[in-house]
Design a protein around this ligand. Structure first.
Ligand SMILES: NC(=O)c1ccc[n+]([C@@H]2O[C@H](COP(=O)([O-])OP(=O)(O)OC[C@H]3O[C@@H](n4cnc5c(N)ncnc54)[C@H](OP(=O)(O)O)[C@@H]3O)[C@@H](O)[C@H]2O)c1
Length: 239
């Protein structure tokens, strides 16, 4: 039995679907079981990562846990105690981060954003999940911390162009001054530290593109999906 946390999320939902496809019994812990739909056969239980005690009974009969890694998860692992075997998958930027441009793209052909030349090795959520499934059902990754990435680092300007191709429109990237971008990120996330860290990270990726690894292919046996394919699959999210 595999317990999946974050099962309603982008990655967790994929983990559940891929485990079911691999005939693995799955128990999904979600904060609101009344509003979560899961594939047939998946056991649904209530669970909040900030309440490890409440989660404990759902560990009965569980062989492995997919643990999303917001900060409370660290606590959970400590409270579970015992000599746990673990794998820590470390993904690069998520392809879905580009959905932050969806409103602008729906409104017109220009995406205003800072650092057009920042290059990220965006990873498809299905590849993150595929790596997690291998970690959950096989032993080879025990104790490892692989950095999993997309197959190439592509600039933000090229990401926008790929989304344009996917939706059949010519989109233009317009550089946004850092001050304006800070205000924009503050409006989106309301967190000054996050805004500064995000902008510093993008600035760094202008001079040194984000790391590209072959870990997805090594772990799953399939090459990592390209961003342009993710954009085609998600075209409707930008329309
Ligand atoms: N490196 C990157 O570029 C990048 C980008 C995006 C995300 N991330 C990180 O990657 C992880 C997974 O991302 P994602 O895209 O799958 O996230 P997501 O779609 O936002 O889903 C988050 C999931 O976590 C669950 N959750 C949140 N707080 C919880 C809590 N206290 N207890 C139990 N469940 C809780 C949510 O459940 P509910 O349905 O109950 O809300 C949801 O299922 C997140 O930790 C996120 O911070 C990284």
């Amino acid at each position: 039995m595999i317990l999946v946390t974050g099962a309603t999320g982008t990655v967790g939902r994929q983990v559940v679907e891929q485990l079911v496809a691999a005939d693995q019994p799955v128990r999904a812990a979600v904060r609101d079981p009344d509003h979560a739909s899961m594939p047939d056969g998946v056991e649904l239980v209530p669970g909040d990562l900030s309440d490890p005690v409440g989660l404990a009974p759902h560990l009965d009969g569980v062989d492995a846990v997919f643990l999303l890694w917001p900060f409370p998860a660290v606590d959970l692992v400590r409270k579970l105690g015992g000599p746990l075997e673990w794998t820590h998958l470390r993904p690069t930027g998520f392809a879905k981060n580009t959905l932050m441009w969806a409103d602008q793209i729906r409104a017109g052909d220009v995406v205003r954003w800072p650092y057009p030349d920042a290059a990220r090795s965006l990873i498809h959520e299905r590849d993150i999940a595929a790596g997690a499934v291998q970690a959950l059902i096989r032993d080879e990754l025990i104790g490892k911390m692989p950095v999993i990435s997309g197959p190439e680092a592509i600039t933000q300007a090229d990401q926008v162009a790929a989304i344009g191709t996917a939706i059949g429109r010519e989109l233009r990237y317009e550089d946004m001054p850092r001050d304006e971008a800070t205000a924009e990120l503050m409006a989106m996330f309301g967190n000054a530290d996050f805004a500064r860290t995000a902008l510093d990270t993008w600035a760094g990726f202008v001079t040194e593109p984000e790391i590209v690894t072959t870990a997805v292919a090594q772990i799953t046996g399939e090459p990592a999906r390209r961003f342009r394919d993710w954009a085609v699959e998600h075209a409707d999210d930008f329309r």
